[in-house]
Design a protein around this ligand. Sequence first.
Ligand SMILES: [Zn+2]
Length: 351
Amino acid sequence: MQLTGGWVVLDGRLDGVSLVMRCTGLLLGVQLFLLVMACAEAASGGSDNEVPASVDMSVRQVSEHVYYVEGFPGPATVSNQGFVANAGFVVTGAGVVVFDALGSPALARLLLEKIHSITDEPIVRVVVSHYHADHIYGLQVFADLDTEILAPDGSDEYLESDQATQRLEARRGMLAPWVNENTRLIPPDQYLGEGTRFRLGDVEFIITLLGAAHSDGDLAMYVVPDRVLFSGDVVFNDLVPFLDDADTRHWLKVLARMDKEKLEVLVPGHGAMAGDSHEAIRFTRRYLKYLRKTMGAAVKEFVPYDEAYAAVDWSGYDELPGFSEANRRNAYLVYLSVEAEMLRESALPAN
Ligand SMILES: [Zn+2]
C-alpha cells in the first residue's frame, strides 16, 4: 500500500479506482461505519491485498544457469523494505531451483517476477540455507505455488522457539506493511539431516549440511556444472556478519573446510558475489577469529565486557556496513559463548 495524496492505492485484487468507487458508493448510502471498516481492512492489508515491494532488485547472472539478487548491506529497515539478504535461482531446463526466499512475501513476489522475466520454467524447489527472518518470510509465496521446500535440520528448533514468534512480531512492527499479520512462518516440506544430491534438467546440485554454525542449522548448495556455491550466511562478504545464535567455533571449522574448495564463484548470504571465493571466506574467518581472540583474552583475564570492548582496536571493521548495528552485540555474544566454553572445559569431573 502506498499513501498517495491521501488516497489509499492498492495493488492487489482491488485496484485504486475500484476501491475509491466502492468507498464512494458506500458513502452515498450513508453507511459510514461500513466504509470505515472496509477501508480499514484494505489499508491494513487484512485481506489478500499485499503492498508490492518497490526496492531496486536487479538480477545478476552469475554463470550459465545461475542468477542472484543482492540485498542491501546492513540491517533491515523501512527504507530497504527488509531486502538485506541475497537469494538466488538456477534455471535448469526442467524447472527452477530457488535458493532462499527473502525477508517478506512482497520481496518473494518481486523475485518471482524477476525469475519469470528470464524463464517460463516452473519453480520446482526452494532450498533454504537456514531459518532466519531475512531469508524465510517470503516462503509462503513459494508454498502457495506448491513448490517443494527443503531446509536443514535445526530449522525445526528455530520454528519451535519463542525467538521465531518474537522476531516475526517485531518485524511486523518494524517492517509494516511488507511484513504484516498475513506473514507467516512456513515449515519446510523436508528437513535434511544429511547432505544430498539431486539432478534437475541439465544441472546437478549438491546440498551440504554445515551443522549449527551461523544459526541452529545451516546448509550450502553447490551447482556442479557451473561450480557456483551458495554459502548462505556462513559467508558475509565485506559487511559485518550477524551472529545472534551462532556457534563461532563450529562456524570457523566450516569456513576452513569451505576454503579448500575450488570454486568458480561464491554467492554469500549477504554482500556481493565473489569471483575469488577464498577472499570472501577469509573475510568472514578473519572477523570471527578476531572476535574470539579479543573476547577470549578478556574472558581469560576476567576483564568485564564493557572494558574489554572499549579496549579493542576495531579499525579493520568500523567502516563496514552493519558495524554500528551489529558489532557490539556480536562481540558480546562471543564473550558469553567463549566464557561458557571455558567454564565447560575447565569443569572438574564429578567424583
Ligand atoms: Zn542469518
